[in-house]
Design a protein around this ligand. Structure first.
Ligand SMILES: [Fe+2]
Ligand SMILES: [Fe+2]
Ligand SMILES: [Fe+2]
Length: 280
């Protein structure tokens, strides 16, 4: 299957928007901690992960190549502003998907159906954010004031852990689509979801210490893979990085809850190595 350069360019832009949305919602999700709406925002972030991976696959199948480009993110300490930004992000996605549908036209019904299916999600996300924004407005900003749950000294542990987990999410999404229809594909996706949990967990210690900041796109650590062997090698390197990071950082954390979370994440990474056949 092949596609015009215009279609590939539009899909690439859709992917960058999904990437930006994933990280924006992870960050907004953690800034909403202590309230019942956090889970809904995180759930939406996970759905954007599916979209990101589907688009990568669609691009691959049509002779294109996924990219690590990330659209601009809108970050704020105000809960009301954050949710308004999330609504605007869904609007942008919807607008861009409409453009993609237009350039695809009748040339690729399978792709059109996929985009239409994603659009259903984006409309639903928009409705959810609208509802949450209303709840947030009724509760008032004070209800969302972030109280630090660890000391500022732990930022030295949190920062590098966020970067490694962010790279892990992207690498495993990449592996799933890059390894072709390999046997490990589902495992890679499962690991990506696991890494997303670790990322949200460690990021949840940031509110109250510093304002929301966009983490750098870890393009130096994510390997674009095109085969089962390359995917496995990328996973091996990444898990090696994670193992040394966790062995250093889990004992360095001062906050007790953070330390417990890091010990658990380290054990998950041990299990990842087992799942990947790197250890017995
Ligand atoms: Fe999406
Ligand atoms: Fe969305
Ligand atoms: Fe992880």
């Amino acid at each position: 299957m092949s596609a015009s350069s215009e279609v590939l360019a539009s899909l690439t832009e859709d992917m960058a928007l999904e990437h930006g949305a994933i990280m924006q919602y992870v960050i907004h999700g953690v800034y909403l901690r202590d309230v019942g709406i956090t889970d809904q925002v995180r759930k939406i972030a996970r759905e954007e992960m599916w979209h990101f991976e589907w688009l990568a696959e669609a691009l691959r199948d049509r002779g294109g190549e996924g990219v690590l480009d990330r659209a601009d993110m809108f970050l704020s300490t105000s809960m009301g502003d954050s949710l308004q930004a999330d609504i605007a992000t869904e609007d942008l996605a919807l607008l861009h998907y409409a453009h993609t549908l237009e350039v695809v036209g009748h040339s690729d019904p399978e792709l059109s159906r996929l985009i239409e299916r994603i659009v259903v999600d984006e409309r639903y996300h928009r409705l959810t954010f609208e509802r949450l924004a209303q709840d947030a407005q009724e509760a008032g900003e004070e209800a969302y004031a972030a109280h630090p749950i660890t000391g500022p000294e732990d930022l030295a542990v949190i920062g590098p852990t966020i970067q490694t987990e962010y790279a892990s999410v992207l690498q495993y999404l990449w592996n799933k689509y890059g390894c072709g229809d390999c046997e490990q594909a589902e495992t890679y996706f499962e690991l990506a979801v696991d890494e997303m949990r670790h990322l949200s967990q460690v990021a949840s210690y940031v509110p109250g210490l510093v304002g929301p900041q966009p983490p750098d796109v870890p393009s130096d650590r994510v390997r674009v893979v095109h085969s089962t062997d390359e995917a496995q090698e990328a996973a091996r390197l990444l898990e090696g990085l994670a193992a040394s990071l966790y062995s250093e950082k889990s004992s360095a954390a001062k906050g007790r809850a953070l330390s417990e979370d890091l010990v658990r994440a380290a054990a998950h990474h041990d299990y990842h190595r087992y799942q990947l056949g790197l250890t017995r």
